[in-house]
Ligand binder design. Structure first.
Ligand code: XBP
Length: 263
């Protein structure tokens, strides 16, 4: 039985990578008088590195005008990352980051039906706080039974640490939950912790066939284009009933039918 929905943040709750982090990194460079500017395409390449700080460190290692001394480079990265997160928080507070279509409806479904919600991300807590305060109000924490962020799980996805910690704090087993993710690293992290996962394609992770996922599709607001097919009518959004259905099919296929399924 599905007891909790575990939400990734960046790319899943909102298009935060393209509309938030990328813009904020470029503003941080400009405010610091640095010449670097990342295009959408360049940032997409850098997203293979999980974690904003780690991403910046990797990028600066290839910049000819970055400090050649490793200690100075790390100090610069720390400063820029803090500034980026401050700018990101300001953008979120100003309404620049909206929840993706269908997210709010699904969060509301879960609250109404007693399915717990949890955040499982390896982004900084301040970013989650900023995004969700803007989207759900100051009491956003009351929506979630647990919130696992980079500060709790320093081993970034695809490491399963964030998912393992979230399961511990919820007191649930992986198959009692369902993760919503957009990126392959997130899918691998969830799967490695024994959590079934639905992948919703995003701006930076638009493709890829279904492999280990319970289901893969373009958006929570539409039923067209999902694999496996969503139940009709096609015009409806992906709601909790549909997720429960996919989850049941997936867990039944894994363990074989329960006696109650056969009678
Ligand atoms: C996404 C990330 C984060 C963000 C930037 O994690 O990799 O690093 O891109 O945030 P997830 P920080 O998919 O788990 O949400 O700068 O705070 O790292």
């Amino acid at each position: 039985m599905l007891k909790a929905l575990l939400w990734d943040v960046d790319g899943t709750l909102a298009e935060t990578e393209r509309d938030g982090h990328l813009v904020a990194f470029n503003c941080a460079f400009a405010e610091s008088g640095l010449p670097w500017r990342w295009t959408e395409a360049r940032y997409g390449e850098l997203l293979t590195v999980a974690g904003g700080r780690e991403r910046l460190l990797r990028a600066l290692a290839a910049e000819p005008d970055a400090p050649p001394n490793a200690a100075e480079r790390i100090a610069l990265v720390e400063r820029l990352h803090r500034l980026k997160n401050r700018i990101y928080a300001g953008m979120a507070a100003g309404g620049a980051l909206r929840l993706r279509a269908g997210v709010m409806e699904l969060l509301t479904d879960c609250r109404a039906r007693g399915v717990w919600l949890a955040i499982v991300t390896t982004t900084s807590r301040a970013n989650v706080e900023a995004l969700l305060t803007a989207a759900l109000g100051r009491s956003w924490t009351t929506w979630f039974a647990s919130t696992t962020c980079a500060e709790d799980a320093p081993r970034k996805k695809p490491d399963p640490q964030a998912y393992t910690l979230a399961l511990q704090s919820l007191g649930l087993r992986g198959p009692e939950t369902l993760a919503i993710e957009d990126a392959p690293a997130g899918v691998r992290a969830a799967a490695a912790a024994g959590v079934p996962v639905v992948r919703v394609r995003s701006f930076y992770f638009p493709g890829g066939e279904r492999s280990i996922e319970v289901a893969v599709g373009p958006s929570l607001i539409e039923r067209a284009g999902w694999e496996p097919l969503a139940a009709p009518p096609i015009g409806r959004r992906i709601d909790l009933a549909q997720l429960r259905d996919w989850h049941r099919q997936h867990t039944t296929a894994r363990r074989g039918p329960a006696v109650s399924d056969l009678t």
